[in-house]
Design a protein around this ligand. Structure first.
Ligand code: GDP
Length: 139
C-alpha cells in the first residue's frame, strides 16, 4: 500500500474544547504524520464551497452555520493507507454508532457536531488537501 495524503478537519466543537492535541495524538498513534496544519476561520462562502456536494441535503444550512461558528484546524495527514486509516480513527458519522476508541465516540456530541471531518476517497482527498494546502506546504 502506497503512502497517501488525506485531509482532516478538527471542527469548531473540537477546537472550542481544546481537543486538538488529543485528536492529533490518536492520528500519530496509528502511524499517521502531520504534513501540514493550520488554524482557519472559515468564511461562509468557503464552507459552502468545501461542502458543495451536500448543498441539496436538508442539513446543509445547519452544517455551514456550525462550520463557520468558530475556527477549525485543518490537517494534511500522511502515511500508509492514510485515507482509510483516518476514517477508521474518526468513527461513524453518528457518534451514537461510532466504535469504542474512535474520535467521534470519545468526543462528538451529535451527528452534526461530530468533531472531525475526513476525506472519504482518493478523489476527495486530492481535492480537499488541495483546498487548504499548496503542494509546497506539505512537508
Ligand atoms: P462524514 O463523511 O462521516 O463526515 O459524513 P457525511 O459526508 O455523510 O456528512 C458530512 C457532515 O455533515 C457530517 O460529518 C456532519 O457534520 C453533517 N451531517 C451529516 N448528517 C447530518 C444530519 O443528519 N444532521 C446534521 N445536522 N448534520 C449532518
Amino acid at each position: 500500500m502506497a503512502k497517501e495524503y488525506t485531509l482532516s478537519i478538527i471542527k469548531p466543537d473540537g477546537v472550542e474544547r481544546n481537543l486538538v492535541g488529543k485528536i492529533v495524538t490518536l492520528f500519530e498513534a496509528q502511524g499517521l504524520s502531520v504534513a501540514g496544519i493550520k488554524k482557519v476561520q472559515l468564511a461562509r462562502k468557503v464552507a459552502e464551497e468545501f461542502y458543495g456536494e451536500h448543498r441539496e441535503r436538508s442539513f446543509f444550512g445547519e452544517l455551514v452555520d456550525f462550520m463557520v461558528r468558530s475556527p477549525v484546524v485543518v490537517i494534511a495527514l500522511h502515511g500508509e493507507n492514510a485515507i482509510q486509516k483516518n476514517r477508521d480513527i474518526m468513527g461513524a458519522t453518528n457518534p451514537a454508532q461510532a466504535a469504542e476508541g474512535t474520535v467521534r465516540k470519545l468526543f462528538a456530541k451529535s451527528i452534526g457536531e461530530n468533531t472531525v471531518h475526513g476525506s472519504d476517497s482518493a478523489k476527495a482527498s486530492e481535492r480537499e488537501v488541495g483546498f487548504f494546502f499548496a503542494a509546497s506546504e506539505l512537508l
